[in-house]
Design a binder for this molecule. Structure first.
Ligand code: B1M
Length: 243
């Protein structure tokens, strides 16, 4: 908790930030500082620290998981417990995105030949997009062309994107227990139109699990972005081999 003695609150913030020379921190302290800066929603500091770790030879995947995703996990705990609120978490999300922006080209650059196409989006009623964006990056890195249709997609939006882009895979993301059932609506709609077997359907998001994936009729549930990339590749190759 900040001590509200004589200084104006803004001065406190500036002091805290100005005091730390990120480049002087060793790797462990820098990662810990990144967790704090994500918590405080400091996008510039997160971008600077992300670049520092990369310059120090860190694998982009490690920067992502150990610094950014872990920091966001901590934010999530205090959000759940009512210590952080939506405006603060939005700032954290913004800071996370500043780091992801630097990692994106590195995670997506593999030289792997194009193995397929994915349409991915977050379901109706849900505006969480950080996890989806990460999945998109990892899929690009695995050699997929990714068409990201954003957040809050109803069945018609998914179907229109499928019709327009004719991908191999439909990916759906949901972060809320109240929105995840909508995945079933989309999959049933595909069935009603006789299109279910034309696409591999992958689902993911923090509240989902394997059982839920099967219950809604998806081809696979993906725990995280790395699993999504592996699963996408395995299922596309298997489908091609069987054709
Ligand atoms: Co929200 N939120 N949020 N939120 N938010 C959660 C999800 C929550 C768990 C927080 C909590 O209580 N601990 C909780 C949900 C509770 C529940 O349903 N059981 C919650 C809530 C309640 C809400 C609101 C309702 C709060 C309110 O308004 N009172 C509201 C809902 C808004 C809406 O969508 N209609 C809301 C709003 C927000 C913000 C806008 C402030 C912000 C989102 C900003 C943004 O995304 N642009 C936000 C955030 C940031 C979170 C937390 C803190 C972090 C989510 C995140 O980005 N995680 C989250 C708590 C948490 O999850 N720990 C929380 C990091 C990301 C890398 O992980 O998204 O899980 P994740 O993605 C992973 C995997 O899940 C998987 O791979 C990803 C990468 O490895 N994956 C896929 C995800 N999608 C996939 C798709 C695939 C495959 C894998 O397709 C093939």
């Amino acid at each position: 908790m900040a001590d509200a003695t004589n200084d104006a609150p803004d001065d406190h913030l500036d002091d805290d930030v100005d005091d730390i020379d990120l480049s002087s921190l060793d790797d462990d302290d820098l990662v810990e500082q990144m967790h704090d800066d994500l918590y405080d929603g400091l996008a510039d500091e997160i971008a600077e620290a992300t670049q520092l770790l990369l310059d120090r030879g860190w694998d982009p995947q490690d920067v992502l998981s150990k610094a950014l995703v872990e920091g966001m996990r901590i934010v999530g705990i205090d959000f759940r417990d009512g210590i952080l609120f939506v405006p603060e978490v939005l700032l954290s999300a913004n800071a996370m995105k500043a780091g992801m922006k630097l990692l994106r080209p590195l995670l997506a650059e593999t030289g792997a030949e194009q193995i397929g196409k994915v349409v991915i989006g977050t379901v109706k009623g849900d505006i969480h997009d950080i996890g989806k964006n990460l999945v998109g990056m990892m899929l690009e890195g695995a050699g997929f062309e990714v068409i990201d249709i954003g957040i809050n997609n109803d069945a018609d939006a998914y179907l229109a994107a499928l019709e327009e882009h004719r991908p191999d895979i439909l990916g759906m993301s949901a972060l809320l227990t109240t929105t995840m059932p909508y995945m079933k609506v989309v999959i049933e709609e595909l069935g009603k139109r006789g299109l279910r077997d034309d696409y591999i359907v992958l689902v993911g998001g923090a509240p989902l699990n394997e059982e839920f994936g099967s219950a809604v009729g998806a081809d696979a549930y993906c725990r995280d972005a790395a699993v999504a990339a592996e699963t996408a590749e395995a299922l596309v190759l298997a489908r091609r081999a069987a054709a």
